[in-house]
Write a protein that binds this ligand. Sequence first.
Ligand SMILES: [Zn+2]
Length: 476
Amino acid sequence: MIAFFALVAVWDDMHNIATGDSFRSRAIAARALSQPPLLHQLLSYSTEVEGYRMSNSSHINRQRLLERFLRYVQVETTANPDSEEYPSSPGQWTLGKILYEELRAMGLEEVEHDAHGLVWATLPSTAGDGASNTLPTILFNAHVDTSPDASGANVRPAVLERYPGGDIPLEKNGKVIDVASCPALNQLIGHTLITTDGTTLLGGDDKAGVAAIMELAEHLLEHPNLPHGPVRILFTCDEEIGRGALHMDLAKAGAAAGYTLDGGGQAEVENENFSADQMTVRAYGNNIHPSIGKGRMVNALRGLSKLIAALPTEALTPESTEGRDGFIHPYSLSGAVDYAEAKFLLRDFVTERLDDQALLLQATADSLVQETPGLRFELVRQRQYRNMADAQRSAPHVVDFSIAAYKNLGLTPHLGAIRGGTDGAVFSEMGLPTPNLSVGQHNIHSVLEFASLDQMVLAIQHAIEVLNIWQQQGRS
Ligand SMILES: [Zn+2]
């Protein structure tokens, strides 16, 4: 996660290479939450168990968590967009096997490394047999692959205990993580930070999530007095190249709600992302030798260029928008005189506005046809993914519980909206509402990437509190 100013960074566009969309993180707007009445109500749920809850959950085994994280980031799991295989790189099998073995050794149930490389496990409810049947199953998900934007080979993590503030010089290539371009550092003084040696990415995106979920599982096993319903664990592959949800099996997940631990910093809940379609515009012209083209040639390439030029540039473009504003983005153009083709991304947080964007393209094409006899356009719209808020509208408690859990830990939660897609959006659309939560990632997809161990600990404490709230709700 790239965090800057009040914007919080994020996530890889889930959507794949064929569309030309980039998988880089997008800046997203975050806003502090007011506290609706429901949340006040939720706050009171956990007060009765607060004493013992805090005495147990606050003692997360930091050293073991750190060792896990360091172990996982050293496995090269770079996703390969050019591969047809699933997972797209052999290291994802390797890490999956490690996680499978560790989960089995811990004594989790239904531990499986499936035919696609996904790792599944179940932590049974701590409630008695009768009650556990009525408690909702909650799924925690993280992805094992890392971004192809920077090398993930021979990652040599460096641990900086009690960060004193200021710029952080890395061991190699003269690289420096500087406060000016990463002001989030100002909030991390005293934290244990893990950086790279300057030659690779770290892979905290999303091995911070993987390590946190693994430590959560072991912590809950060691503290059977912490109340929770059934917990399902799922580690997915190839999220960074838009294939993370490809082999998600909803029936196998068997969960009422999910949370991806794949977010930046701390106390962010990302519950919105772009809705997305792709539009292919085909232009048909008429080719003839240019020497005798007068009055007879119809240039499809010129027609399509005019169409792109006629679109707004001061708004509705990636170059001119941020926060919650959507855009029409032409990202590919090819062709000749008789035929040309362009591809556009349509993006907005309000799904209906994709229709407006499509209409604008159609109207622009129609007017060009009017002024250029013989020119013809064909527009083909392809559905991509939807704002997870659409699917989560029927289950607002999934986000509310996570917000309440942050407040119970004394943190100020923020809601974020992702200018891209996420696996959670696909899970949500499939029927499993799945917002994304912070897990201490910073400067992702870069050799300047680092992670905060303290924020990973907070993510685990938060997950414990989320489960506590869920089991109280499930009893009613
Ligand atoms: Zn990620």
